[in-house]
Design a protein around this ligand. Structure first.
Ligand code: MN
Ligand code: MN
Length: 465
């Protein structure tokens, strides 16, 4: 009897693999395999959007600009400057009653090239960088790096760059001091061990054979770039080149139960929500999938979530449904529901002291929801209303999806935020809801395949509600 009372009253947070049979395991592993293959092609925000457009078009989505009028069942998308994207399926319900939005971000911490990056010092050529997002700088030295991005010439011609991913490509790296001579460096605080201005990428060492040239190695590099891409040094000024780890996404562990990959914050939630959207056919409330940019640096600018570009997309839907009228956009947002699909800090037993075990998100225990984020006394938090948390719980429970409600670390230890507050400020009900990650923001981040699949199931169930 007592045992029954316990199972009736306690919130059991079991390991999700416990009840996974072989058929289910195969499904989970297959899904993760597709995820890893996608990640290997989509390592930056621009590449993610390129792949997302392909996937959307294969599944019957069309650019909203191709539509004169919209009706229930129509599948549309809008591309915002090749770096962010919004997708929608028009629902059967009156759109005045709100949207069901899932929003993730496709940018990840990295090193951007400076506008004037190229220099030579003592016969070695380097590219100077400016880091993007919250990184621990020491993690970015002595690992293989690749260069991704675009160079745009003044005539508008755009060169797409991707070097270091193909087996036959060279890679790049940032050097660190040998331990033999690192006595002083090793005494420094960890955050000062590697300085931002020292994150210079090693890119070449062979001089151009011209006795009269001053910087022969730099000249040789520019000559190679000119032959390959038709660019000159000044063209770096109108480029966006990102230095990212050249690692491929791999299965992790003897049991292959985890995924190790660069950029899983937040491409794991971006991929699972996009994949969930591709399974939808007819929805009641209009389903919206946001793939935003610039979350890692505060969501500002015209590709970030703070921009009015998203409002423009929804207004275009209202126009093309021929229902628009004054204040309708505000009304639509006020009645909308959203999952802010961003990763959560996974509990790491090696660093257990930063987490409250009772309120941490664990790998393998399913999708992790944060009722609120913020730091200190919930400063800057977007705090989901209890009524809305209950509504989301109901969807998860009736669909038998494993979930955990957690917070990001112990009180006063740190904190963080997502795009949740931006939509909440517009009036939508929003909760953070994503995959727990180990080594978040590191060049190689770790997730559980069970949680990845839970995220996919959660997003599907939310939109089908
Ligand atoms: Mn994130
Ligand atoms: Mn992040």
């Amino acid at each position: 009897m007592e045992e029954n009372l316990e199972s009736k009253l306690f919130n059991k947070k079991e390991n999700g693999w416990k009840n996974v049979d072989n058929t289910q395991k195969e499904k989970i592993f297959n899904f993760s395999k597709n995820y890893m293959e996608f990640l290997n092609k989509a390592k930056t925000e621009r590449e993610f959007i390129t792949e997302a457009i392909k996937m959307a078009r294969e599944n019957g989505y069309k650019d909203i600009l191709e539509f004169q009028k919209l009706q229930p069942g129509d599948k549309v998308y809008f591309i915002n400057r090749e770096k962010s994207m919004y997708l929608a399926i028009i629902g059967t319900e009156n759109i005045e009653n709100g949207l069901h939005i899932i929003g993730s971000h496709v940018d990840s911490p990295r090193l951007d090239l400076k506008p004037n990056p190229l220099y030579e010092d003592t016969g070695i050529a380097y590219l100077k960088t400016h880091y993007y997002g919250g990184i621990k700088k020491y993690q970015w030295t002595t690992i293989p790096l690749s260069i991704h991005g675009v160079i745009v010439k003044p005539n508008g011609e755009k060169v797409v760059v991707n070097i270091g991913e193909d087996e036959n490509d060279p890679i790049f790296t940032i050097t660190d001091l040998l331990p033999h001579l690192a006595q002083e460096q090793m005494e420094k605080k960890l955050k000062n061990g590697i300085e931002g201005e020292d994150l210079n990428v090693l890119i070449g060492s062979i001089p151009y054979q011209d006795e009269n040239a001053k910087e022969k190695v730099k000249l040789n590099i520019l000559n190679i770039l000119n032959q390959k891409y038709g660019i000159v040094e000044a063209d770096f000024q109108s480029s966006e080149l990102e230095i990212i780890p050249a690692f491929r996404a791999r299965s992790l562990g003897f049991d292959s139960g985890m995924v190790a990959a660069y950029g899983q914050d937040d491409k794991v939630c971006a991929y699972t929500s996009l994949a969930a959207m591709m399974t939808l056919e007819n929805v009641k409330n209009t389903a919206i999938c946001i793939l935003s940019d610039k979350e890692e640096i505060g969501s500002m600018g015209n590709t970030g979530m703070e921009s009015h570009m998203f409002d423009f997309f929804i207004s275009e839907i209202l126009n093309k449904l021929e229902v628009n009228k004054p204040n309708l956009l505000d009304r639509v947002f006020c009645f909308s529901k959203m999952l802010s699909s961003d990763v959560d800090a996974g509990f790491d037993p090696i660093y257990a002291s930063v987490s409250d075990k009772l309120n941490a998100g664990f790998l393998g225990k399913g999708i992790s929801l944060n009722k609120y984020t913020g730091s200190r006394g919930k400063s800057g938090a977007s705090d989901a209303n209890a009524e809305y948390v209950a509504w989301v719980r109901n969807i998860l429970e009736k669909n038998n999806i494993k979930y955990q409600i957690a917070e990001l670390g112990k009180v006063d230890i740190g904190g963080g935020g997502t795009i949740a507050y931006i939509l909440a400020n517009k009036g939508a009900d929003v909760i953070d809801c994503g995959v727990p990650v180990l080594s978040m923001h590191a060049p190689y981040e770790v997730t559980s395949k069970f949680d990845i699949y839970s995220a996919f199931e959660t997003y599907k169930a939310f939109w089908n509600e």
